[in-house]
Design a protein around this ligand. Structure first.
Ligand SMILES: C[S@@+](CC[C@H](N)C(=O)[O-])C[C@H]1O[C@@H](n2cnc3c(N)ncnc32)[C@H](O)[C@@H]1O
Length: 301
């Protein structure tokens, strides 16, 4: 049974629902847990709530997101006050106010404005244009996460992570230079698919070569890591195969019913792949035991 983690950023791509499953592969001593593609840092929050590591590193290439994490953990009261002002400021004319905050955010990159926009935008699904500007519209049916709820969650996260967390910024390969074989890394990268079309869900995306280079370097240094990468929904597959030379063990996780498919009248389950590095698979269990726990995960859902 894992303890519920507090949760601050209501981000559509969050791995919150899979956190309990992912944590079952982290049953070994971890000096420092790294989440270099943090987003809403769902796995760090779950890991910390369950005392999986002594220290944590939260990092993202989107600098404002790292600034937001800095505020959540080290300046919670300031963040709560700024969010409170934004949330109440919208009450007279929510749609116009949202537009003003979005324009302001694109000029100043204020972390509290980013939180407000994520909480208020359509499906909590961020979108960026080619210039890296936030361009998602508001969800006009709701006002976004209430300040009272935010206050409770922010204080809980700050208390939990304050004395044991470093916030970093930049490309994951730079951030992971400091990690060692006693640490553990969880990665959920936005990779550039083969279509060549820019993925608007992210301000920054990776190409496959950059990702493989980063994974290869972690393997060379014997660093245990977990990687969320591809998956299937119904008969559709997303993501692509990773090279065999990386010697990763693939585990399939049941991410539940797809709300998008349900909206379209299809009853489909999303299966997400989690890849375990050779060093992590060794620390954990044999391949046969991993297969067994995978079976249990499926049966528990
Ligand atoms: C799929 S989201 C991660 C979601 C996260 N697992 C969660 O639970 O919320 C990927 C994140 O990686 C960041 N990113 C993109 N390219 C990066 C890079 N080269 N290095 C580090 N972070 C990057 C994006 O800004 C985005 O926040």
């Amino acid at each position: 049974m894992i303890r519920r983690a507090p949760h601050v950023i209501p981000y559509q791509g969050s791995k919150r629902k899979l956190a309990a499953n992912i944590l079952t592969f982290m049953n070994f001593d971890i000096e420092c847990f790294y989440e270099p593609f943090a987003g809403s840092a769902a796995i760090t929050l779950a890991a910390a709530a369950n005392n999986k590591a002594k220290h944590y590193v939260i990092s993202d290439k989107l600098e404002t997101l790292s600034d937001l994490w800095e505020m959540i953990i080290h300046h919670p009261q300031k963040l709560i006050e700024e969010y409170y002002a934004l949330w109440h400021g919208q009450l007279t004319d929510p749609a116009e106010f949202y537009k003003q905050v979005r324009d302001g955010y694109n000029k100043t990159q204020s972390p509290s404005a980013l939180l407000y926009l994520v909480a208020r935008c359509v499906k909590n699904a961020v979108r960026f244009n080619n210039e890296g500007e936030f361009n998602q519209g508001p969800d006009n049916r709701r006002l976004g996460l209430k300040p009272e709820k935010l206050m409770k969650e922010v204080h809980a996260v700050s208390k939990m992570l304050k004395h044991k967390t470093d916030i970093k910024r930049g490309d994951f390969r730079k951030v992971l230079k400091s990690c060692t074989a006693n640490d553990c890394v969880y990665m959920d990268p936005p990779w550039q698919g083969t279509s060549g079309k820019r993925d608007q869900r992210y301000a920054h995306i990776l190409n496959m070569d950059e990702l493989i280079e980063g994974l290869d370097s972690l393997n060379e240094r014997n660093i245990p890591f977990l990687l969320s990468f591809d998956g299937t929904c119904g008969d559709r597959t997303y993501g692509s195969e990773l090279p065999g030379e990386l010697r990763l063990v693939k585990v399939s996780l049941n991410a539940g019913r797809s709300s998008q498919a349900t909206l379209l009248g299809r009853d489909e389950v999303t299966i997400e792949s989690l890849y375990l590095s050779p060093a992590l698979a060794k620390k954990n269990k044999t391949k046969a035991e991993i297969k067994h726990s995978q079976k249990e995960l499926f049966e528990s859902i």
